[in-house]
Design a protein around this ligand. Structure first.
Ligand code: KG4
Ligand code: ZN
Length: 327
């Protein structure tokens, strides 16, 4: 089955075509305009999606080497995300499905991040534990079977991606913070500064990153004579250590043989290495290619196809849900 995927939950305009679980084309246009503002401006992002979607769909059909009428279904992100940007993508997709008379399904962005691992590794087996780390979410899920989720841990305040982005903003490094911090951290000593790590006591699976952020702010205000590379490396380590510790705990608690990492922060190579160092000797560790960790539409098309094949589709009046949960 050939499925078109559309993703517009934030500032990436993404379009992809998948066929029988494989990617035929996968285009992501990251909106650069927001870097002038230090964060995403929702109104600007919606207008950019509106301007780009049609041309990216045409490009994506061309790259996939198919014709418009070959498309048999369309999947589009319905949440979570920014209301206006979601609406832009969903309205476009609804019109598209009507004009071609093909089924449409609204997809949960978080579920799609998780299923990017199945796109990359079709033979992945349940049960497994997933560390889901993005700009808005930091959660650990026990996935017993397909679409069967149990939440093991969640953040009480900021998400891990937010900790990267806000940290970079405090240090005047630009947006988005994750890739910038990862790059600078490579040159620094991550053991030089000891930043706070929340909820580290035995068996605790919760997260909190607001104290870490405040601690960075104080350090900068006190103007202590640390090198930028060392501050950044130590700050990144404080985030990653907590993620890896709690993931390892969850794996033990649930006695699984497999764990996966998903979401934008999973693109971080130090996180991947730390998880492998800690767990690879005992269980199987998986994570998708970097372009399938950060926001993309291949994960949307891939998951849409799974739903279509189960006979599930949305009615044309489905709505966007900005605060949509996985469960
Ligand atoms: O999944 P994603 O692309 O969008 C959301 O669904 O939120 O995640 C975006 C988040 C941002 O906070 C960004 O700073 C972070 O992922 N991120 C990274 C890296 N690449 C993106 N964080 C750490 N290291 C990276 N290499
Ligand atoms: Zn995302």
């Amino acid at each position: 089955m050939i499925v078109l995927g559309i993703e517009s939950s934030c500032d990436e305009t993404a379009v992809s075509i998948c066929k029988d679980g494989k990617i035929l084309s996968n285009i992501v246009s990251s909106q650069q305009v927001h870097s002038n503002y230090g964060g995403v401006v929702p109104e600007v992002a919606s207008r950019e999606h509106d301007r780009l979607l049609n041309q990216l769909v045409i490009k994506s059909i061309k790259e996939a080497n198919i014709s418009l009428n070959d498309i048999q279904g369309i999947g589009v992100t319905k949440g979570p995300g920014l209301a206006g940007t979601l609406l832009t993508g969903v309205s476009f997709a609804k019109g598209f499905s009507q004009s071609l008379n093909i089924p449409i399904i609204g997809i949960n962005h978080l579920e799609a991040h998780i299923y990017a691992n199945f796109l990359a590794y079709p033979k992945l087996e349940y049960p497994l534990v997933c560390l889901l780390v993005s700009g808005g979410h930091t959660q650990i899920w026990y996935i017993k079977n397909i679409f069967d989720y149990e939440l093991l841990g969640d953040t009480r305040d900021d998400a891990a991606g937010e900790a990267f982005d806000k940290g970079a903003r405090i240090l005047g490094l630009g947006y988005p913070g994750g890739p910038i911090i990862e790059k600078i951290a490579k040159k620094g000593n991550s053991d030089l500064i000891s930043f706070p790590k929340a909820f580290m006591e035995k068996d605790n699976l919760e997260f909190s990153f607001s104290g870490l952020k405040t601690s960075l702010l104080y350090l900068v205000k006190k103007n202590q004579l640390f090198e930028m590379e060392d501050i950044v490396a130590s700050y990144q380590k404080a985030i990653l250590d907590v993620l890896v510790t709690k993931l390892a705990r969850s794996v033990i608690i649930k006695k699984v043989n497999t764990c996966i990492i998903a979401g934008g922060v999973a693109a971080n190579k130090s996180l991947r290495r730390l998880v492998e160092d800690k767990l690879n000797a005992t269980i199987n560790v998986y994570y998708p290619d970097i372009n399938l960790c950060t926001d993309n539409a291949a994960m949307i098309a891939f998951l849409a196809e799974i739903y279509f094949k189960k006979g599930i589709r949305s009615n044309l009046d489905f709505e966007v849900i900005p605060n949509l949960k996985l469960k």
